[in-house]
Ligand binder design. Sequence first.
Ligand code: BES
Ligand code: ZN
Length: 446
Amino acid sequence: MSSKIVSAVLLCAFVPAAFAAGADAPSFDNGVEITSIIKEAKLRAKEIAAVKASGAKTKGTSQWISLGAGDVSTLDAATFPLGEPVAKSDRAMVFEMPDELLPLLSKFMHSKFNRCGGFFAHRTRQGAEQDLAGPIKATGGPYTIDQQSWVKPLLSNVKEAEVRSTIESMAGYNNRYYTADTGVAAAKWLASRWQSLAAKIPGAKVDLVNHDGWAQPSVVLTIPGGDMAQEIVVLGGHLDSINQWGGNEARAPGADDNASGIATLTEAIRVLADAGFKPRRTVQFMGYAAEEVGLRGSADIAAQYQKAGKKVVGVVQYDMTGFKGSSEDIFLLTDNVDADLTQFMGKLIDEYVGVKWSTTECGYACSDHASWTQNGYPSALPFEASFDGMNHALHTENDTLGTIGGSAEHAVPFVKLAIAFASELAKTPQAARLAKAQSPAASGSK
Ligand code: BES
Ligand code: ZN
């Protein structure tokens, strides 16, 4: 698969509290010594320029980076070696950047702004230049609620123990890092778990989607639609995990980030499959590879869908559903998402889930929903807490089931929301039939 956006951020992770606020030395920003980052970046840029000038081939390939205009000024002021922009608009600028400088840019952005992301890397200049105008406006709606007779009886079938069991299986791998053997094994485990559930649905199948450049595949379960099969509904979450201090060997259980999201989707699949789900639109459940290193698996898939002209009517991303960190139970993300679909999620919660919800924002392209948004598809993200209240054990060896309280109770409303989302966006022929059978007029006429 070729990818339009190859990575947003590399090595980007939250800085633990002990290293975070109020560093003493002036050259430190959020615990990272930025002078040395700039120095190393300048050195690398000089070396690469020298190799290029000598006519020899450079080691890596170039990426095309799009950056917000405001961020460019900050980088310029810090004398980060961006070079000259190759294209610009009021909103963003595009730079050519050697592979080797990407991790340094990522480190700089994180320490300077105390956030990840802020730039998109593309394999082609043309892809980067699309960002100059901003993402294409998504059109997925109108979204309607009329599947009550099908959805409501299913909600009490959701089992916390099932969600917990998937979290335990996924967190049982040493890590699910995108280049580790255990990262590949965890993806294969998920594919076989989903396959055992898909077996109950006629025509459903599970595919491993391989990506160029790393070993871990994404996992896609497809339930073919009926009379509107060309239209697709996507429910996804990332299956990889990361330890911010290490790579292939470091322990990264990722129980909350994001075994919880994968377990939420898996339980929705189980309940829908057991009930004989027969969507009118095609429904795809996706476990993305390599989210933690720049949304790479989802970027690959979303770009492929755009290129193929696929019509995706709505995408929901589940990334962290296990930790109760705020008084409301569900927080709808408001940035890098589709406003109409997000508003509709609120209505689905009120109609089917009945928990308190609020809104929050990441402030950057923090998860795979952004890959879909970037490719012009409507996406939404229901999150476990307000951004400030989220589980701060993420990306460490402490992101365990214990840290979320030994239970998957907090994820249960998210499963209900996923069942409602899949049913209301894809619609079912069963709903009308059930409504008729349940109406007093129907029983009275017998
Ligand atoms: N689950 C995290 C972050 C997150 C926070 C997602 C709030 C959704 C809502 C996600 O796995 C993550 O770590 N994302 C990266 C960004 C990515 C571009 C590498 C991050 O925030 O460092
Ligand atoms: Zn993460």
